[in-house]
Design a protein around this ligand. Structure first.
Ligand code: WA2
Length: 282
């Protein structure tokens, strides 16, 4: 009986999981490529032109109008690399002070607005957000190097020249679990084999996109006809001994073996998998 019902469900599974997996993977790839292209856009039209052809308004309009190119993202932003010696000049130019991400979780969810963040203490360098898509305007002026996950991503992105992904962490404002994808922006067109030190020296900023995991999975499931029959869990399995649940219910009633699909988010140092089960009829 058990074997029969599980083999009967295999056909259904194949179709539905193929939809979730292929659509999800495709959309992530498409959006990742577009985030990469945005990094090149900033390099060409902000750093490559005197005076710059991009300001907040231009960035906001362009990223809103091209949002369809980044289907699963909740927003994109550009953080500028600022050395301490340049801090005063940049703060005057943009009319704010560089803030640090030091707010507690509760205040964060309700009152996420740059005024509630304290002025950054002295650091060797900073990465304040200078341009943002409207959906993430709350991170403008915040030093992205002052948050653990964002900082690690920035350091890895600029040394590698690749798109890199954070571990799952609670995003500002939405307070949902999410991940951030970062590409470094360089002041020259570096060859693919450039050394890490050469890359770090040529770094002028960081283009990042945030992915809000619960809304990401919701968007995908809405593309399926009978979403109520599938339970989806997504895990960060980078650490085999302690996988991190990124999405889905805790209470795993006995519903038989899940179907496991490996998810490829393009950063080989991070591992993810999706486990799907049919919801048991009451
Ligand atoms: N973007 C949106 N919400 C966030 C967040 C973030 N980082 N960090 C915490 N909540 C500008 O990698 C550079 C975006 C960071 C990019």
């Amino acid at each position: 009986q058990q074997a029969q019902s599980s083999s009967r469900s295999t056909g259904k599974w194949r179709k539905k999981l193929l939809v979730v997996f292929v659509v999800g993977g495709d959309q992530f790839n498409v959006s990742m490529n577009h985030v990469h292209a945005l990094a090149i856009l900033v390099s060409t039209f902000h750093h490559g032109k005197q005076p710059s052809a991009i300001d907040q308004k231009t960035f906001e309009d362009y990223t809103e109008r091209t949002a369809f190119e980044r289907p699963l993202t909740s927003g994109v932003a550009y953080a500028l690399r600022v050395r301490h010696s340049e801090r005063e000049h940049i703060e005057k130019q943009y009319g704010w002070t560089i803030k640090k991400m030091d707010i507690d979780d509760q205040t964060l969810a309700q009152e996420c607005n740059p005024e509630n963040f304290s002025t950054s203490p002295v650091q060797d360098e900073y990465a304040p957000v200078i341009f943002s898509q409207k959906t993430v305007s709350h991170i403008v002026s915040i030093d992205m190097m002052s948050g653990k996950e964002d900082r690690e991503n920035i350091l890895r992105a600029r040394a590698s020249g690749k798109g890199v992904l954070t571990s799952p962490f609670k995003l500002l404002k939405s307070n949902h679990l999410g991940v951030v994808l970062t590409f470094a922006v360089y002041n020259t067109n570096l060859p693919p084999d450039a050394m890490p030190d050469e890359r770090i020296n040529a770094t002028v900023g960081y283009l990042g996109a945030s992915y809000d995991v619960p809304s990401l999975v919701e968007k995908l499931l809405h593309q399926l006809a009978s979403k109520q029959t599938i339970i989806v869990n997504v895990y960060d399995t980078t650490s085999e001994v302690s996988p991190i649940k990124m999405y889905g219910p805790d209470d795993v009633a006995d519903t038989g073996l899940p179907h496991i699909s490996h998810l490829d988010f393009g950063d080989p140092t991070r591992k993810h998998e999706m486990r799907c089960r049919f919801k048991q009829k009451p």
